[in-house]
Design a protein around this ligand. Sequence first.
Ligand code: ADP
Ligand code: MG
Length: 251
Amino acid sequence: MNFHEYQAKELFAEFGIPVPPGKVAASPEQAVDAAKALGGSQWMVKAQIHAGGRGKAGGVKFCKSTDEVKAAAAAMLGRDMETYQSGGRALPVNLVLVTDATNIAKELYLSILVDRDSKAVSFIASAQGGVDIEQVARETPEDIHTIEINFVEGLQPYQCRKLAFDMGLDAKQATQLTKIMLGLYKLFNERDLALVELNPLAILDSGVLMALDGKVNSDDNAEFRHPKLAAMRDLSQEDAAEAAAVQHNLN
Ligand code: ADP
Ligand code: MG
């Protein structure tokens, strides 16, 4: 099963992976309320659909006023959105995520999955994030770094630090990346996930690392062990407008 970005970010927050504060909305008015509740003066309005590539399809909008938030939400909600990753289908937008707009210095790519060949849980990372990772793999494969995790030893902090330095991060950022990877590894194992992807994992102007987008797929065979995840799945399949009423807080 797949999850929306806001649901992925709720899981990230639970496992200590930094995400910007955000709230979901099912109407332009709710989006304005969400922006006001978040505070600040710059927000992103993001269509919640089960596909990436939203940025290029008009599903990720930078807003500098609550009027812009309202207009962006109105333009997205109730529409069907097709992206280059939506498999030729137009997906309904029933919810938007209103979230703090952050100042980005650099965008990284980080994912954890089971490597089909080695059958080992692996991290894949690149300093060339934010873009289509398949394209990076095709054009500059040397920019893709892979770490295999030994099943018995688990993820070792030195592996994370080496990866950080391979991607050109400094020592402070390496410490943050290590914490994020240990959190992801725990999330991946405890919730029987099949894939977690952070693209981008941003380095902000302040030097802080933060997940600005999240994709989570879980192992359907393990669903019975995770009623909370299954409940999230039900919500995402219905794409229920009531979801906004639940007022998910990402703090
Ligand atoms: P998608 O992968 O579906 O296109 P993303 O969530 O990755 O959507 O957003 C696309 C781009 O928008 C990101 O690569 C990033 O540059 C920018 N972006 C997304 N969220 C934020 C945010 N909270 N603050 C600033 N920029 C953002
Ligand atoms: Mg993305």
